[in-house]
Design a protein. Sequence first.
Length: 356
Amino acid sequence: MSVTTFYSATGKVPYQLTNDYLFQAVLQSSNETLKGLVCSLLHINPEKVHSVVITNPIELGEKIDRKKFILDVRVLLDNQLCLNIELQVVNQGNWPERSIVYLCRSFDQLNKGQDYIEMKPVVQICILDFTLFPDNPEFYATYKLMNIKNHKIYSDKIRVSVLDLTQIKLATEEDRRYRIQKWAKLFKATTWEEIKMLAKKDKEIESAAQAVYELTADEKIRLQCEAMEDYYKQERYNQKRLENAFQERDKAIEEMENYKKEVTFKEAEIKDKEAEIKDKEAEIKDKSKEIKDLKQSMAEKEIELAQGREDGFRILVTSCQALGVPYDKTLQQVKEQYGLDEKSAADQMQKYWCGK
């Protein structure tokens, strides 16, 4: 009886390898795939590896409790190196912290009576479908605990490696030498045609492709993959709501800050206006005093002028009379010199012309 292979499949794949459940199922059902992926990510020659064992296998096809939906693959390499492989497709904004927690949990492995020196090295491998640090994108990066001045490694027993499935274009020559970009393309492949191209002359990826084909043909596996896709949709929806909430919060904070700035500006403006009004009031007060003084001076001048005018009338009239100038001619001089009418001039003459 002939066994069908993925080479007979065409069109869209039922589920991508970024499906967490399918990912674990493939690694668990194909040791060749597990070994190939691990060796590529660790830059190890597969021929030098004797055993690669998953220490937390799941019962394939059984329903997964919702609390266990976030799956990790724990691997023991040659009974010497512990790996924790985590696939994450939704960016919840907390991956650096989460990965450190996973790393520390895996590192905390001593049994009673064991010495610290017996602790096995631990590698946290993060396969992400998003860019962890947008300001510094990188396809495959490894982080260690080291001295920041001289780069001396504090301990080579812990490290974190991050594979960004969205940055395949940034793969280095070293990444290509270990075929890491091919594995990344396998994760992102959406059609069987893409997978066939990747599997050419690559037994490990061919093994992974066959495992995907066989597993996705199993109805129980498909149901769990579908449940995982539903979980992703819900996570993305929740994440979007959270992002919108943060954006609305930030917008409200910005509006409040702008309002505070505007209020502060208006208060300063009002303060300046109040000072300006105060200066104007002082200026008005000074001007009022100046006007009052001027009026008083003018009144005094008017009195003085009136007195001088009156003295002028008296001197003119008495002088003319003393000199023997006739009354009519004196009257005429008063009218002309002071611009008076007949009656006003006559009144002045009457005050100072003796005998009239």
